[in-house]
Ligand binder design. Structure first.
Ligand code: 5GP
Ligand code: MG
Length: 197
């Protein structure tokens, strides 16, 4: 990424807020392609047949990951959205998860793949997967781009995991801090200065 300094053309660059690049966009692209191939194969004959799939990205963090993932999956699918609140505002510790919007549509009898950005406390998947099962989906699988190296994250099952990362707070590629930084192409950690803003 270009190291832009504040200037009249770009008064608010993000580069100075980055502490470390954990996973570059190149590595993400390679892994997303692999995940898409695996999910596609698992949901195609002879592994699965008879029912279509619905991809359910967890808004807003999974937006970018899911949009890259589904364009690598050449099979019939619907998209349904769900929004879960767990890190409101500037909190870097999870405060518990709740579904705040459910627009997954009719999923009865369909194969559902929940897509989330990161598995951390496990609260999100713990809340969302049973809710989708209750809506009588034919199957519910979960796919996360990142899984943190902490016991709570490993206590909750995820069917597809992109990368294991250390137990640090990350932003970029959809992940936010106070709703900023989602548009960074890489997964990064922030400087303490940026977190104090
Ligand atoms: P869990 O519900 O498993 O604790 O975490 C899932 C949600 O918490 C994620 O979808 C994400 O919104 C948020 N989250 C967890 N860890 C991080 C992190 O390191 N950075 C950011 N930006 N969000 C996180
Ligand atoms: Mg989230």
């Amino acid at each position: 990424m270009p190291n832009l300094k504040p200037s009249p053309e770009n008064p608010q660059p993000m580069d100075d807020d980055i502490d470390r690049v954990l996973i570059s966009h190149d590595r993400i692209a390679v892994r997303v392609k692999e995940l898409a191939a695996q999910i596609t194969a698992d949901h195609s004959p002879p592994n699965l047949s008879g029912a279509e799939i619905t991809i359910v990205p967890v808004m807003t963090g999974a937006m970018i990951f899911a949009s890259d993932l589904i364009r690598r999956m050449p099979i019939a699918m619907k998209i349904g959205l769900i929004q879960v609140s767990s890190y409101p505002g500037r909190n870097v510790q999870s405060l518990g998860s709740q579904i705040v919007a459910n627009q997954v549509g009719e999923i009865r009898g369909r194969h559902v793949v929940v897509v989330d950005d990161i598995l951390d406390s496990g609260g999100t998947l713990h809340r969302v997967v049973p809710a989708l099962r209750e809506m009588q989906a034919a199957s519910v699988k979960s796919c996360v781009l990142l899984r943190k190296d902490r016991p709570t994250a490993h206590a909750i099952h995820a069917d597809y995991v992109g990368f294991e990362i250390p137990d640090v707070f990350v932003v970029g590629y959809g992940l936010d801090y106070n709703d900023y930084y989602r548009n960074l192409p890489d997964i990064v950690t922030l400087t303490s200065h940026a977190q104090a803003k």
